[in-house]
Design a protein around this ligand. Structure first.
Ligand SMILES: [Cu+2]
Length: 160
């Protein structure tokens, strides 16, 4: 009896071993995924040895939030009367798009003119008529900017 069982064990064909290991591997993979992903606010906690799937999940979530909420309300239009709306309030993580309808080249630069030092990421440079610029604001604050080529044209982004 023992001999027969041992013989059967040894004679187990390769494809059965492959199946057994595949099933075990699948269960471990699923369990690891399940426990890593289950906590809803766990995405920023590094999990040693599991960085690849975590990044793959993390990135779309971070990118979706501002995109879903942007629509057209975070667009600032520059025309001959200046930036409109002159003051735009957004939430942290949102992206502001500036569109140049002024008929000539313009810039978006951080206050104060002419040194542009308040918030260097706001030094977005020149955009031609019809062009756009954009910037995502991650930190709450009040950000003043102007068109460096016509410094009377001013705007403010308030990030909550
Ligand atoms: Cu300036």
């Amino acid at each position: 009896m023992n001999n027969t069982e041992e013989d059967n064990y040894k004679k187990r064909p390769l494809w059965q071993w492959i199946m057994i290991y595949s099933i075990i591997g699948g269960i471990i993979y699923f369990a690891a995924y399940y426990f890593v992903l289950k906590p809803p606010h766990n995405y920023n906690i590094p999990v040693v040895g599991w960085s690849q799937p975590q990044e793959a999940v993390q990135q779309p979530i971070q990118q979706l939030t501002p995109m879903q909420n942007n629509d057209t309300k975070n667009v600032v239009i520059l025309d001959s009367s200046g930036f409109s709306p002159a003051t735009l309030t957004i939430k942290a993580g949102f992206t502001v798009i500036w569109k140049n309808n002024s008929g000539q080249s313009a810039t978006v630069n951080s206050d104060p003119h002419p040194i542009h030092t308040d918030y260097p990421p706001l030094n977005l440079g020149t955009f031609p008529n019809g062009g756009t610029l954009q910037l995502t604001f991650d930190k709450p604050g009040t950000y003043g900017y102007h068109n460096h080529l016509n410094p009377n044209e001013k705007g403010t982004i308030i990030v909550q």
